[in-house]
Design a protein around this ligand. Structure first.
Ligand code: ATP
Ligand code: MG
Length: 261
């Protein structure tokens, strides 16, 4: 039965999608069966996995509105992503921005994704959900079905401040909607060890959150940033890059963590 993880941080541009796509590829590389769900109308995780969001007939939008099942809407990436790194994708595009409004009047609106996942959970070891940069109904749908949240963050001055809102939202979801939900960990991304401030914030994070901070650190690496324009995870685009190595290490760390869950 799959373990389900949201990649969330309401701050924009912190590396959520890069983490979702490369963790998906990394987990596949170490032999795990993975479904990646793009829950962001920007559709970046979809495009970054080699799926053209403009050509998708069915997306996560149809799943949320119950006009399609996940089995019908998912795309297999084996033809798109080679090197033993392929995973399935439940894509998104602009249409998804309408879901926010359309879900408002519907019953069980925050549990739509959870319900749809029941039917495919046995097909996978990991289900990763790339959340939008907001604490919206879409993110709430992700948090409602997840066992845990992975929070990518840059080690910058304001990073801790934004974390408070996210931690409070997760606490509320835990109390009211999903008893299983916990923060699996904080992932330090775009890290540059030459910058003293980043090292200081990194130390603060460890002091504050202890073993909730993942051991793996994702470095700032231009190959990770170039890869999406080729429709590939960085890990596949340049397997020898520092960024690729870091994401394989992170995938292994995740596998070890769920064994202890
Ligand atoms: P949004 O909030 O808009 O969804 P996001 O949190 O998903 O953004 P990404 O899209 O993953 O963030 O990353 C933001 C930008 O930073 C992108 O251009 C991406 O290529 C770049 N980036 C992410 N991680 C790294 C890294 N480790 N090294 C270099 N560039 C990176
Ligand atoms: Mg994103």
């Amino acid at each position: 039965m799959a373990k389900i993880f949201c990649i969330a941080n309401q701050k924009g541009g912190v590396g959520k999608t890069t983490t979702a796509v490369n963790l998906a590829a990394g987990l596949a590389k170490v032999g795990q069966r993975v479904l990646m769900i793009d829950l962001d109308p920007q559709g970046n995780a979809t495009m970054g996995s080699g799926v053209d969001k403009r050509k998708l007939n069915l997306t996560v939008y149809d799943v949320l509105l119950e006009s399609a099942s996940i089995a019908e809407a998912r795309v297999k990436s084996d033809k798109l992503i080679e090197g033993g790194c392929s995973y399935d994708i439940l894509g998104a595009n602009r249409e998804l921005s309408g879901a926010e409004v359309e879900l408002v009047d519907l019953e069980r609106r925050e549990r739509r994704l959870k319900q749809a996942l029941v039917l495919v959970q046995q097909d996978y070891d990991f289900i990763l959900i790339d959340c939008p940069p907001s604490l919206s109904m879409l993110t709430l749908n992700g948090l409602c079905c997840a066992h845990g949240v992975i929070v990518p963050m840059q080690c910058e001055y304001f990073a801790l401040e934004g974390l408070t809102d996210l931690v409070n939202t997760i606490k509320q979801v835990h109390a009211n909607l999903n008893k299983e939900l916990l923060i699996i960990g904080l992932l330090r991304v775009m890290f540059d060890a030459r910058i003293t401030l980043q090292q200081q914030v990194s130390e603060q994070l460890k002091a504050h959150f202890g073993n909730k901070v993942f051991n793996t650190v994702i470095p700032r690496n231009v190959r990770l940033a170039e890869a999406p324009s080729y429709g590939l995870p960085g890990l596949v685009f340049d397997p020898s890059s520092k960024g690729a190595h870091a994401f394989v290490a992170f995938a292994q760390e995740m596998v070890e963590r769920i064994e202890k869950m």
